[in-house]
Design a protein around this ligand. Structure first.
Ligand code: UDP
Ligand code: MG
Length: 314
């Protein structure tokens, strides 16, 4: 039986500081072999530094490194999708970050789990090196997402993991534009396995995902995998309507009993108007989140545009 082909898909955006170490550690993994034939699919997501030049130098040295260049910066999820499409012929694909927060040395364990029958392998963090606001944000997101999502993702998992051929094919059937990879991976099902690892600090350079972008992904995760925000609006509406009915009844009864109406109550009215206005605006905002996403789906724009592929002839 020929050795299985494993493609490692890595989005790269302004990573010149880590690329030499990344390539060296991948090469060490590839040379060790572990009974597989390896490819690295590096997707340049419109880098503005020396990343592309470094990637080309690496591809010229070692034909196992393949490069896809996107025409501009499309964002991590789109770059990942581009790499996964390119890797469609591999027997299994590994998804990981370029910054070595995901250590390539655990990849052989994914392969073992895959050969043991798991179509989907999730790397599960035993620990996380991040601290401060970023960390708090990640933890909060995972807690909220677990409650909201119809397809909860395992806590402490991210992009890092492996998909077998069948799982990859299923993933490619999901056409949506707002992609949240861990959620999509949970959606497709298949037997899965977890491999534990320690999430490292970035090997070098700065995080390339801005906080704003991370928040957008978090919202994509919630709105793509749950209708709960809409249902909560219905509940809020019911609650307010019931309160309104009760308060109305109270005043009518008082009036019928002949209680004098004094001309006070400005505070009450102002509070009610502002409260109701607020609830309605929130409602419109939530509707807008779904509507905007629907608009993006309807437009059917491609997820990314490929500028150039560099693949060695085999
Ligand atoms: N990345 C990308 N496009 C972007 C931003 C980031 O391809 O617009 C890549 C980046 O090069 C890295 C991975 O996505 O390989 C994760 O980025 P980062 O480490 O900045 O994010 P975090 O670890 O905070 O999720
Ligand atoms: Mg990172």
């Amino acid at each position: 039986m020929p050795a299985p082909v494993i493609a490692i898909v890595i989005p790269v955006f302004n990573e010149q500081a880590v690329l030499p170490e990344l390539c060296a550690r991948l090469t060490a993994l590839f040379d060790a072999g572990h009974g597989c034939e390896w490819r690295a699919v590096l997707v340049d997501d419109g880098s503005r530094d020396q990343s592309v030049a470094l990637l080309h130098a690496q591809a010229a040295r070692d034909p196992r490194f393949e490069i896809i260049e996107l025409s501009r910066n499309f964002g991590f999820q789109s770059a990942l999708a581009a790499g996964l499409v390119h890797a469609a012929k591999a027997d299994a694909v590994v998804t990981m970050d370029a910054d070595l927060q995901d250590p390539p040395e655990v990849i052989p364990e994914f392969v073992t789990a895959w050969q043991g029958g798991a179509e989907v392998v999730r790397a599960t963090r035993r620990s996380r090196a991040e601290t401060g606001l970023r960390r708090l944000g990640f933890d909060l997101f995972h807690a909220v997402f677990r409650r909201l999502s119809d397809f909860p993702i395992e806590p402490n998992t991210g992009t890092f993991g492996l998909l077998g051929r069948d799982a990859l094919e299923a993933y490619h059937q999901l056409p949506e534009r707002h992609r949240f990879f861990p959620g999509l991976r949970a959606w497709i099902g298949f037997p899965s396995a977890a491999v534990f690892y320690d999430r490292q600090e970035r090997a070098a350079g700065q995080p390339q995902q801005t906080f704003r972008r991370l928040i957008r992904y978090a919202l994509d995760g919630v709105f793509s995998f749950s209708h709960l925000p809409l249902r909560m609006l219905t509940y809020a509406g019911l609650f307010v309507a019931l309160m309104g009915f009760a308060i109305g009844l109270f005043f009518i009864v008082r009036r019928l009993l002949g209680v004098e109406i004094a001309f006070t109550g400005f505070t009450t009215i102002a509070t009610l108007v502002l409260f109701l206005g607020g609830i309605q605006l929130i409602g419109i905002g939530v509707l807008g989140e779904y509507l905007g996403r629907m608009y993006d789906e309807v437009k059917q724009r491609p997820l990314y545009v490929v500028k150039r592929r560099t693949v060695a002839r085999r």
